[in-house]
Design a protein around this ligand. Structure first.
Ligand code: FAD
Ligand code: SF4
Length: 470
């Protein structure tokens, strides 16, 4: 145990665990960050000021009890910290790895004012990796089965968050997913250098041990009809994500050599995980000049994946400046270290080439006045056209909600942007216009974050428990 010193932050700077040097890590698919050891986790946790009103806790979308588990780690109580961490978060080891902490908990840390925020994400990861390694398991000994069963559609973060809260309250979740493995975009989207797939497989094992049932390779609406779920289960949760690919709407977008981001990333995961059926399904960027269009997390994952394929050059083109990128700053820095070139304030207007892609025509942009949401919209600079040579172009403009074509008979209302209408403030949390159906995650918010999907799934489970009156 270490003695708490309120002024530890003065003597001990913020320190992340070391990361593998860029020239080495670009040849592997492994996560780039190392793990804290017990001593460094305790020391870093001891930098926390235990603010009376912890901003980090409010900014964290699941409202983790951050100062409390930091204190437990400082005192060496690993299993208690893991237990507490699971009270608010269903996937803490995953959020610790891939939340954009600089915009969430760590961005709100009081020490951010010149001293360096507490390393909250890496400690959350340490707590939960290490506790499981040492044999910690969720305590299910007081759970009383209620005999109720809920169908969960989608084994992404929202579905997993919902299933976690249901099973801990004695309600049996049966989770359906059309993919062969759980995780949604955690598995089939986010690349292994940010989140090794073993981490998701361990979480699957833990949830199965708790009693969650997964039925994979089953698509609702095709293999099983939705009305069958409504008949056979006491309630239904939908966490089906958002998968309509956003296009740029400029000439040349359908030319050979232009790729959509998600099929590219999935083809890569399939190869890394040994799921590939046919080598022709793999989109290989080796020896190509790659241009990625977009500035979010998906774009950062595409550039860094292309680097690991052995691309000759990788350029990211984004229409705003670095400060206005939606992606995590940490990932932009990691991409720069790995050799990605960024062209800020450039708007693509055409993919040029004859039978195949030869380049991307761009114009320069400058930021206009802020709109009503405070975001400054880019305007183009006349006469600034140039062509960036490219053998492959990956389009990563994001995703729009994709409501299922079987919703109609079931009174599940969607809004004008295609998002399922379900909110935290309806009488029962995350209940849709069909009282037996609840929903959350990207299909309710639009493309967002893992941690917000987990939050929605957990809240929806509370709504379902109220609905079932258990
Ligand atoms: P999903 O994760 O999309 O899961 C939905 C699941 O539903 C899927 O498994 C799908 O197969 C299943 N499904 C859909 N329809 C059916 C059906 N009819 N029958 C059966 N199953 C069905 N967020 C972060 O916080 N940090 C990051 O670093 C980050 N990086 C990202 C990188 C990429 C490339 C992408 C695309 C997203 C990233 N995100 C990141 C966003 C994050 O992954 C999503 O916000 C989150 O996964 C949404 O969770 P969800 O459960 O709502 O949906
Ligand atoms: Fe920070 Fe995300 Fe963990 Fe919350 S869940 S404490 S935002 S890393």
């Amino acid at each position: 145990k270490t003695e708490h010193n309120n002024f530890q932050f003065l003597d001990l700077p913020r320190q992340d665990p070391p990361k593998t040097a860029a020239p080495i890590r670009i040849y592997t698919w492994n996560e780039i960050y190392d793990q804290f050891d017990e001593k460094s986790a305790a020391e870093q946790a001891g930098r926390c000021l235990s603010c009376g009103n912890p901003y980090c806790e409010w900014k964290c979308p699941v409202h983790n009890y951050i100062p409390n588990w930091l204190k437990l780690i400082e005192e060496g109580n690993l299993f208690e910290a893991a237990e507490l961490s699971h009270k608010t978060n269903s996937l803490p080891e995953i959020c610790g790895r891939i939340c954009p902490q600089d915009r969430l908990c760590e961005g709100a840390c009081t020490l951010n004012d010149g001293f360096g925020a507490v390393t909250i994400g890496n400690i959350e990861k340490y707590i939960n990796d290490e506790a499981v390694k040492q044999g910690w398991k969720p305590d299910m000994s007081n759970v009383q089965p209620t005999g109720k069963r809920v169908a969960v559609i989608g084994a992404g973060p929202a579905g997993l968050g919902c299933a976690d809260v249901l099973i801990r309250n004695g309600v049996q979740p049966v989770v359906f997913d059309k993919y062969r493995e759980i995780g949604g975009l955690l598995t089939f989207g986010i690349p292994p250098f940010k989140l090794e797939k073993q981490v998701v497989l361990k979480r699957r094992q833990m949830m199965e041990d708790m009693g969650v049932e997964f039925r994979l390779n089953v698509e609702i609406g095709r293999d099983i009809q939705f009305d069958q779920l409504l008949d056979e289960y006491d309630a239904v949760f939908m966490g089906m994500g958002t998968y309509t690919y956003m296009k740029g709407g400029f000439p040349g977008e359908d030319m050979p050599g232009v790729y959509e981001s998600l099929p590219f990333l999935i083809s890569n995961v399939n190869r890394v995980m040994g799921y590939e059926k046919d080598p022709a399904d793999f989109f290989d960027m080796k020896d190509k000049r790659v241009v990625v269009l977009g500035g979010g997390d998906t774009a950062m994952d595409c550039v860094r994946t292309s680097i690991r394929h052995g691309a000759t050059s990788v350029t990211c083109i984004y229409r705003r400046d670095q400060a206005n990128m939606p992606g995590s700053m940490r990932e932009v820095e990691n991409a720069k270290e790995e050799g990605v070139k960024f062209m800020w304030n450039r708007q693509p207007v055409e993919v040029v080439g004859n039978d195949t892609t030869e380049g991307v025509k761009v114009v320069e942009t400058r930021l206009g006045e802020p709109d009503e949401r405070g975001r400054r919209m880019p305007e183009t600079v006349p006469g600034s056209e140039e062509t960036v040579p490219a053998d492959a172009v990956i389009i990563a403009f994001g995703f729009r909600p994709s409501p299922a074509d079987w919703f109609d008979p079931f009174d599940i209302q969607i809004d004008e942007r295609g998002r399922v209408k379900a909110t935290e403030s309806t009488p029962l949390k995350y209940q849709t216009s069909n009282p037996k159906v609840f929903s959350g995650g990207d299909m309710v918010r639009g493309a967002d974050l893992v941690v917000t999907a987990v939050f929605d799934g957990r809240q929806a489970a509370e709504g379902i428990l109220d609905y079932l009156d258990v």
